[in-house]
Write a protein that binds this ligand. Structure first.
Ligand code: MRU
Ligand code: ZN
Length: 216
């Protein structure tokens, strides 16, 4: 895949984003959170563009050619590669929050099982865990962190609308699960987004352990 950049985007900027995505993806893949080409990752490049993974690539082996430029309507810019099938979920975040700089979507076993288990309730309510403080804006274990679980669909506009509907209620949103699918989370930069993802994976795992232990 060859990537041509608009004159306003220096190659060094795009390459830095691509390298950062590939590094994060390698780490997440090594943890087993991106099985079988699943998952997708992006970073904001400027006010109107993001770098995102090309659809269908193995996320543990990404190179610069597996990451492409899109505009915030989700259209490829300067390449004929196909962006992630879930691009609309990334651009939604960048359009809604100009200060958000990275979006990570993974399919870990813990995320997948938790999404199925809590789909009936429509959300997971986290409270009492010290690690909630890893989410920006949370400064005590006593706060409530709600992670909605949206029904899965192959029709991205439907998922985009569900996210909008949640936000329209005025409730905070730092991440969401998709039933039987995985998690989406975001942050102002890649480091913050990775911290959110690691914390959420840990917290979901703790909730699943509690359910198992209470049942035994
Ligand atoms: C390989 S199944 C997973 C996909 O359907 C999808 O959910 C996913 O996460 C990766 O899609 P992609 O188009 O590669 O970004
Ligand atoms: Zn997915």
């Amino acid at each position: 895949m060859s990537q041509t950049l608009p004159g306003t985007i220096p190659a060094s900027l795009f390459d830095a984003c691509a390298d950062s995505i590939a590094d994060a993806a390698r780490e997440l893949s090594a943890l087993g959170w991106t099985p079988a080409t699943s998952s997708n990752f992006s970073m904001r490049v400027d006010a109107d563009h993001a770098a995102i993974t090309v659809s269908g690539r193995h996320k543990g082996r990404l190179g610069r050619h597996d990451i492409m430029l899109i505009d915030l309507r989700g259209h490829a810019v300067g390449s004929d590669a196909r962006p992630s099938a879930e691009t609309a979920l990334h651009t939604q975040i960048y359009r809604r929050w100009p200060d958000m700089g990275a979006v990570l979507h993974t399919h870990s076993r813990t995320q997948s099982v938790a999404s199925r288990l809590f789909a009936g309730k429509g959300l997971i309510r986290l409270q009492g865990w010290e690690l909630q403080k890893a989410i920006t804006g949370y400064d005590t274990h006593e706060s409530v962190l709600e992670i909605p679980v949206f029904p899965n669909t192959q029709h991205m506009p439907e998922l985009v609308a569900r996210v909008e509907a949640w936000l329209d209620t005025g409730k905070p949103l730092h991440a969401y699960l998709i039933d039987g699918h995985g998690i989406y989370t975001w942050g102002r930069d890649m480091a913050e987004t990775q911290r959110h993802l690691e914390a959420l994976e840990f917290l979901l795992g703790c909730e699943l352990d509690l359910i198992k232990l209470r049942a035994s």
